[in-house]
Design a protein around this ligand. Sequence first.
Ligand code: SAH
Length: 238
Amino acid sequence: MKPLILCLAAFLVAAAASGDDDEDPHTAAREAMVQQQIEDRGVHDPAVLAAMRAVPRHRFVPEEHAHRSYDDHPLPIGEHQTISQPYIVAVMTQLLRLDSDDRVLEIGTGSGYQAAVLGEIAAEVYSIEIVPSLGLRAAAVLRDLGYDNVHVRVGDGYAGWPTRAPFDAIIVTAAPPQVPQPLLDQLAPGGRLVVPEGDAIQQLVLYTRQEGPDGPVFDRKPLLGVRFVPMTGEVRRH
Ligand code: SAH
């Protein structure tokens, strides 16, 4: 009888050490975030809500701010950059109308959080970050969490990722004065692109590629006022 009891005791100790509470103490905060900040404000796409419930946002936030991960605002991630407010991540993701077989390009990996949300829904995500330390950290967190379908590259996103184009959806998470033309050119037919355009005053704009008689035309819809960090690099020379 004794060995069995010992075994059971060992099992209980092991279970306590790796117990549910230990696994993710942020589940309740994340659930409240999704309900109060996202669903209650009108985001209804079930895939987006499921993704926001699934991604452990606290893992993408520097440790000293982890306790505020699920609060209703952006947070600093170092290098004068920020992880977007959860609601804005949800709104932008919903605007992309993603399918499970879509290929998505993101400009501005930052913490990698938005890329993970996209990776929960779409088939492949390609994300470019201009600040090397941020890109490397994001890639490591994404790898750690098993997001094998999210590919991060360090570089200037101005020219997009031509060898992986075309994309069904493109999301720009740093603000250019105007959307870079190479990004529009990498949209697949019917593709959607969402971008915060402007400097002092920014607007979230949705572009949709449609096929005209003389080639693609881009429907442009300004949607709401936003505040993003500026897009840097090549776009400032145009
Ligand atoms: N999507 C991010 C938030 C991004 S903040 C997240 O979920 O955390 C915007 C990011 O865009 C910053 O990390 C900034 O360094 C990056 N960025 C700015 N200009 C860029 C450019 N030209 N190409 C690629 N990344 C750029």
